[in-house]
Write a protein that binds this ligand. Sequence first.
Ligand SMILES: [Zn+2]
Length: 114
Amino acid sequence: MAGMSTSSNSSANQLQGDGGPTCHCGLRPYLKTSWTDANPGRRFYSCPNYQRNGCNYFVWEDPPMCSRSMMILPGMRRTKVQMEKEIADLKRAKKLMEFLLFVSWCIFLSFWSS
Ligand SMILES: [Zn+2]
């Protein structure tokens, strides 16, 4: 990541930058989103080298899920995924229709001109 070779081990390092967290190996953790059943849509920081490099830095960014959002969020996400799938299917169907229309025109024209 950062090509700087001047990283010191002093705790003052944590005061640098935009105040984001720093993991055990001194990297800026990735902000990810959990989609487990227990924590749907809850964001967390984890080390870029998580479970490699012996670094197991893991910190929740969002507060714990309430039971209501645990019920609602996975459904919303499923609906979104389902809608995206349907849109992709419709696009495929539209392409197929256009192709069939083109083919039928070609057949029609070849008959008509002969
Ligand atoms: Zn780390």
